[in-house]
Design a protein around this ligand. Sequence first.
Ligand code: NAD
Ligand code: WQD
Length: 389
Amino acid sequence: PRPKLSTTTFILVIGGLGYIGSHTVIELLREGYNVIIVDNLSNSYSTVLNNITTLAESHCRARSLPVPLIHFHRLDYRSRAMSLLLESYSDLVMTIDATGTQRMTYVSRITGVIHFAAYKSVLDSITRPLHYYQNNVCGLVSLLQRLDHHGIHNFIFSSSATVYGARASSGKPLREEDVIHHPEQTPSGTILQPAVTGLTCPYARTKYFSEAILADTATSNPSWRIVALRYFNPVGCDPSGLLGETPRAEATNLYPVIAQVLTGARASLDVFGTDWKTRDGTAIRDFIHVLDVARGHISALAWNEDKGGGFRAFNLGSGSGTTVMEAVRSLEQASGREISMARAGRRPGDVGVCIASTDRARRELGWSPRESIAQCAADLWNFVRKTIR
Ligand code: NAD
Ligand code: WQD
């Protein structure tokens, strides 16, 4: 007899207990998706899972909705256990093709995959490049093979504004077509578009290579629907104050460092570069609320289902620039505390300005950012103040 297919479907979130992953998981649960989280806790803690569950339960209780399923598997996404996991969410069914031939095929209950798992420190990637290539690139290749084997082709990848390399320094909003992986057909034949220049570190190259691998994979088999989301500078956290950025690794990004100054864990903020050609001399970045980034994944999943096919990249940024000094001031305002600062030289590899063009994501995904920089600061402070004794 033909096995009965389960109607329960899941979104698989790899790296789902990390900073952006955990915020995406809670948004998926709030939207009613069942979620499978895979994480090896190399840069996160299992307490995040408890907080996600608490938030999902209180959201659903307030609306008299059933709580979606949350399955957690602590494992390295590169390990063989990943194949076993995919198998356990598959039903083996018999199909009969036009010629009457019977075939057994897997039908997965996983309808989409969001892949966050990677190492992400710029400095660490310079001293341990193979560690980064192994996790971020080799891991991706074997993951894609395993997904293909199980017929899972709806894939969302965490990319980064770092793929724009030196193009960012022009100061103009960065458009997705500034980085192209496919050979393009021109009147004079097929040409390879010039590769992006000035990728600043091995980490940046892992994201660039990953996108190229994804583009080639999508070209090879029309079943794939692959989106690369290029995040600019995700900041802030869930307004509940239950989820935030709690890495095991040392904080080096601006907002987590400011958070440490606010809690007293660090004496002051070194402002790297006060001589950039900007309105106050400090660097300009496109800070985007992490919940806006999270919602971008839900838009991308829906887009993949309805209109996707092949490989497509989208920027997730606010579309406007904020200086380092303006970011500091917004956190001073939110916290009512003064942030002690020291001027420092430019950090190697930094660019003066990095801003997203959001046109493609708005037009094609129907996504647009909702939260302001003031909201990012208020939400971060709400999370951080609980850790002050
Ligand atoms: P994060 O370190 O907080 O989250 C990554 C999660 O993946 C962690 O929970 C970690 O334990 C897990 N992980 C790592 N390797 C794994 C493995 N081999 N198997 C299973 N789990 C593994 O990082 P994040 O800030 O949430 O970033 C998520 C993704 O977005 C990364 O791919 C990162 O490169 C990319 N990104 C981040 C930023 C940013 O500013 N945070 C910007 C652009 C792109
Ligand atoms: C922002 C600005 C610093 C810390 C990085 C990665 C990028 C992406 C996002 C993953 C810069 C200044 C910072 C400090 C400072 N990650 N700063 N004092 O460099 O724009 O992007 O994170 O993909 O790939 O490169 O973010 O938060 O580190 O820095 O003055 O203690 O804040 O110099 O101008 P960045 P950031």
